[in-house]
Design a protein around this ligand. Sequence first.
Ligand SMILES: [Zn+2]
Length: 79
Amino acid sequence: MLIIQAFLTISHKMLNDPNEVNFVTWHYLSALGFGVFIVIFALKLGCPHCGARQVFRGWSIFDIRWPENDCHGCKKSLD
Ligand SMILES: [Zn+2]
């Protein structure tokens, strides 16, 4: 999904034509909205077995970790 967001951001910059302001605005908002969705999705993502958060494990920003196939808490599969 991050690849899709990167594509939206890049294509938004390529399509930065003042003659198509409405389209660019729509495109920008869609990319922005998708980014917000990704953040909310990451915040809510947790282990179905023990409930441990997979991306934001603690309150420090340095605890951010991309989820893997297994839970970092109980080691069970996240599927
Ligand atoms: Zn778990």
